[in-house]
Design a protein around this ligand. Structure first.
Ligand code: NAD
Length: 487
């Protein structure tokens, strides 16, 4: 529940067994507005005790009210949640923008509508799919049934808070599981509102629980090691994924990971450069570059390298960085002081490594407060430089020329990451050829971030474990049992 105090602070509490509660310890922390650096509100800080209570409630609900609800009724509830998100779209978009620093226009046109669609999509999907059946001659009939995995821990990052939470929660509930959610400590607000919506939509108490807090030695750690949590759906950094895996190993939890990326954006000379530049501005800087799918490593065929750079730099200079609530703002503030310092440290590293900052690399003039950074384009770095290899997760891209298809495929694959890739070419054969050699879970040819929620989504290498989307989500959030009847 969000409560507004006289000072307009927006406070967030846990949601356990259908009730909004504070921590028994009364511990709390401040939620900082990234654009003003002022306190937005106070957030209850949960730990082992709150996670224990949430798990007890979730386990009870799993075997109680939730179990008796039919698939059709669950589908209706999911649809209702999606409808209620849309009814509160503007309020949710405002809170998302306040919490993250992202432009309100982006939250209102992408984050919140997609959060609603995640529920609408799975409302339809869960009632339209079946399971396998095999007739083995006249000997036996084999068929499988789906059952919930159980109590699922859902641990979330801060960049697309409601969009990513609902992407997991919708199939989780659709398959009859119950959940204990931990939103990112920097973005607690829309997850809290979602709990009000969930209650209003008729989800029984205890089915969805929310515990605010931090990572290790806090709510995140308590979820990861809890012996009575059956699975964890995690989105975040690879190193956090590794810690969660260690903590979850004693109880052998089922894990689904969507992790970081350092995604190549490969531009061949035969592509339509106007379209490339228009999309590359988005794939580089949308959401302040804080999207796991951003194409932060741009490779351009040498024959159009100069032309691309001059047009790209010119257009990027025209992007407006500023107040997320101004209608003409393209780029808001980065999420936190800690993250802002980290992203800025990469600009120092680029300079030390001999890179050229073609534009950006500093705080925009006139914005003294807030974690604002100009969109930054860096050249003259080689494949081994840290800025080309490490995920910066901010409005910073590197641009590197290439001469041959073989060379650029090698460079694209020379990374521990394997989340997404974009390939620009008007040569149909080359499009297929390169796409099939680039090591990534999601590959776009002549587009970026074009999604169909039925398709597999996820990363290779250190960018993830497993896939979500359509049947892949249902596979993670259910257990299949095969039944054999001898004829
Ligand atoms: P993070 O890993 O720091 O934190 C994610 C969540 O994990 C937070 O809720 C945090 O409190 C919690 N956490 C941290 N340490 C923990 C621990 N030891 N045990 C349990 N929980 C712990 O990630 P972030 O900074 O919030 O998000 C940015 C990262 O997420 C980037 O790497 C980005 O690429 C990735 N990401 C990936 C996808 C995807 O779909 N592949 C989508 C969005 C973000």
């Amino acid at each position: 529940m969000l409560t507004k105090t006289k000072t307009q602070a927006i406070n967030c509490r846990h949601f356990i067994n259908g009730q909004f509660v504070d921590s028994e310890s009364k511990k709390s922390f401040e939620n900082i507005n990234p654009t003003t650096e002022e306190v937005l509100g106070i957030v209850a800080e949960g730990g082992k005790e709150e996670v224990d209570q949430a798990v007890v409630a979730a386990r009870r609900a799993l075997h109680g009210a939730w179990k008796t609800i039919t698939l059709e009724e669950r589908s209706k509830i999911l649809r209702k949640i999606g409808d209620l998100i849309l009814e509160r779209q503007e309020e949710l978009a405002q809170l998302e923008s306040l919490d993250t620093g992202k432009p309100f226009s982006l939250a209102n046109s992408v984050d919140i509508p997609r959060a609603a669609y995640n529920f609408h999509f799975f409302a339809d999907y869960i009632i339209s799919v079946g399971t396998d059946a095999y007739q083995q001659n006249q000997v036996a009939l084999h068929y499988s049934i789906r059952r919930p995995v159980g109590v699922v821990g859902i641990i979330k990052p801060w960049n697309l808070p409601l969009l990513l939470l609902t992407w997991k929660l919708a199939p989780c509930l659709g398959m009859g599981n119950t959940a204990v959610i931990k939103p990112a400590e920097w973005t607690p607000m829309t997850a809290t509102i979602l709990m009000e919506i969930i209650k209003e939509a008729g989800v029984p108490d205890g089915v969805v629980n929310l515990v605010h807090g931090f990572g290790p030695n806090s709510a995140g750690g308590a979820i990861s090691e809890h012996p009575d949590i059956d699975a964890i759906s995690f989105i975040g950094e690879p190193s956090t994924g590794s810690s969660i895996m260690k903590a979850a190993s004693d109880s052998l939890k089922k894990l689904s990971y969507e992790l970081g990326g350092k995604n190549p954006n490969i531009i061949f000379a035969d592509s339509d450069l106007d379209e490339v530049i228009e999309t590359t501005i988005k794939s580089s800087f949308i959401n302040q570059g804080e999207v796991c799918l951003c194409g932060s490593r741009i490779y351009v065929e040498r024959t159009v390298y100069k032309q691309f750079l001059s047009e790209f730099v010119q257009k990027v200079k025209n992007l407006k960085v500023g107040n997320p609530f101004d209608a003409d703002t393209n780029i808001g503030a980065l999420i936190s002081k800690e993250h802002y310092d980290r992203v800025n440290s990469y600009i120092d590293i680029a300079r030390e490594e001999g890179g050229t900052i073609l534009t950006g690399g500093k705080r925009p003039e006139g914005l003294e407060k807030g974690y604002y950074l100009e969109p930054t384009i860096i050249t003259d770095l080689d494949q081994n430089s840290r800025c080309v290899r490490e995920e910066i997760f901010g409005p910073v891209v590197t641009v590197v020329p290439f001469d041959t298809e073989e060379e650029v495929i090698k460079q694209a694959n020379d990374t521990h990451y394997g989340l997404s890739a974009t390939i620009w070419t008007n040569d149909l054969k080359r499009g297929h050829r390169v796409a099939q050699q680039v090591e990534a879970g999601i590959i776009w040819v002549n587009t970026w971030f074009l999604r169909d929620l039925r398709t597999p989504f996820g990363g290779m290498k250190q960018s993830g474990i497993g896939r979500t989307g359509g049947m892949h989500s249902l596979d993670f959030f259910s257990e299949l049992s095969n039944i054999t009847i001898k004829l």
